[in-house]
Design a protein around this ligand. Structure first.
Ligand SMILES: C[S@@+](CC[C@H](N)C(=O)[O-])C[C@H]1O[C@@H](n2cnc3c(N)ncnc32)[C@H](O)[C@@H]1O
Length: 429
């Protein structure tokens, strides 16, 4: 897309095209959902839009159709804000989930930040969240098209008085010095994709933090210059890179681990700087957090013991943040094996966003024949298999179990305790 298309999409003609392309897209998807297999047809959509707007530039028609396609794809992650956004595929894929950006903005506000420098702002989702929280933002983006999209998005949402978008390379000392002069906080979301290397149309992921843009050591250097900095990082970022005295946060949304963030110092909505590790779990829009003020390396070994009446499978954010022992302690539970993230308790822990829980009906060493007999005796004809720290594939286990039909279903958790594989039959219904 050419940067000039951004203005064209925001003109009266561009807006009319977007409105009609959206209506056509909604209608086609509605018909497809009702069973019309040929309803979604990009060629039909283009010719219908061209017929309705005979004078429109064909490249603008095609840009409007692309925006509608990208909005539909991004809606599950970004929500209804997509209706106010213009984007590129790369920009929307790298954009921060709206709920994660909002919760981060709450932490910045709680930490006393007033003016955030968003270094590498992409299409602007974090800048928008900061501004919506009442913070002033200077957003810098090196790619002129992406910067134009961020500026358009900020303006469309009525936030232009709080967000200034600058085109520039943040690693340029003059650009950085100018931006930092007025900011009391920094946010960096380094590009972790390489637009030059594409895989099935998507830019390839870059795993080495020193190959991110900007690179990780540069981010850490900036953090040393401002009172508060946070950086969004890959969920697999090792704990060892947590800033000294800082905080690492892992966020999951409806069961999906979506991001990690390293912050110097820890920021907290209550202004608390002592948190070192945080799991932030969002379910149906509602956040719950579990925190520790102890570094992972300094924490006490977890309580370990025999199977109780309940087994708990912690959320991935709890596991990645190394907070499984903390959750076990909170619930009065213990681990079956110090290296395996299953918690067991003797009493019903009740529903919690922090962990799924299962009532244990039977515990037995994993032996397929014995497991099959036990399930058959209990009338179980269907199983959901969950596993941890064990190589076998659940589908393979289900296949070799070859259960005969039965009236009940069960959840079977398979793991190892020490070197021995075990099966726990739970929740027979
Ligand atoms: C992961 S995206 C940011 C996404 C953004 N947080 C959002 O939610 O929309 C990273 C952005 O940083 C930009 N970038 C990378 N290196 C940069 C640099 N040296 N200076 C300025 N921007 C840079 C990239 O062009 C990309 O748009």
């Amino acid at each position: 897309m050419d940067p000039s298309v951004v203005d064209a999409l925001r003109s009266a003609e561009g807006r009319a095209l977007l409105t009609d392309a959206t209506a056509h897209d909604n209608d086609a998807h509605g018909r497809a959902a009702a069973g019309d297999a040929r309803a979604i047809d990009p060629l039909k959509a283009a010719s219908s839009l061209r017929r309705a707007h005979p004078g429109a530039n064909p490249s603008l028609v095609s840009a409007a159709l692309s925006q509608v396609r990208m909005r539909r794809r991004a809606r599950p992650r970004l929500g209804d804000i997509v209706d106010s956004l213009l984007m590129t595929d790369d920009g929307s894929e790298q954009a921060t989930r709206t709920v994660a950006a909002e919760l981060r903005a709450v932490r910045y506000l709680g930490s006393g930040a007033t003016h955030v420098a968003d270094l590498g702002c992409g299409i602007g989702l974090d800048s928008i969240a900061f501004a919506r929280m009442g913070l002033t933002v200077t957003a810098v983006e090196s790619d002129p098209l992406t910067a134009a999209l961020a500026a358009a998005n900020v303006e469309e949402l009525g936030l232009a008085d709080r967000v200034r978008v600058i085109v520039g390379d943040v690693t340029d000392d003059t650009v950085l010095a100018t931006v930092l002069a007025s900011a009391d906080a920094v946010f960096v979301d380094p590009a972790r994709r390489d637009p030059a290397s594409r895989n099935e149309g998507r830019s390839a992921r870059v795993t080495d933090p020193e190959s991110w843009s900007p690179r990780w050591s540069w981010v850490a250097g900036v953090a040393a210059r401002v009172p508060r900095t946070a950086a969004k990082v890959a969920p697999g970022m090792p704990h060892e890179l947590t800033p000294v005295g800082g905080c690492a946060t892992w966020t999951s949304v409806d069961g999906d681990l979506v991001e990690a963030e390293f912050a110097w110092p820890a920021m907290d909505s209550a202004g608390n700087n002592s948190v070192r590790r945080r799991a932030l779990i969002v379910r149906k829009g509602e956040p719950t957090s579990l925190t520790s003020t102890i570094d992972l390396l300094d924490q006490a070994p977890p309580p370990v013991g025999d199977i109780g009446s309940w087994l708990l499978e912690p959320d991935d954010a709890v596991i990645r943040s190394g907070l499984v022992s903390d959750l076990a302690a909170l619930l009065g539970g213990r681990l079956l094996d110090p290296r395996v993230a299953y918690i067991t308790t003797d009493t019903d822990p009740g529903p919690s966003p922090l962990a799924a829980h299962f009532r244990v009906e039977l515990a037995l060493p994993l032996h397929i024949g014995r497991l099959r007999d036990a399930l058959r005796e209990r009338g179980v004809g269907r199983v959901v298999i969950k596993k941890r720290a064990i190589g076998q594939d659940p589908d393979d286990i289900r296949r070799v179990l070859a259960l005969p039909p039965g009236p009940h279903t069960a959840v079977v958790l398979i793991t190892r305790i020490g070197d021995d594989p075990w099966a726990f039959v739970c929740d027979i219904r």
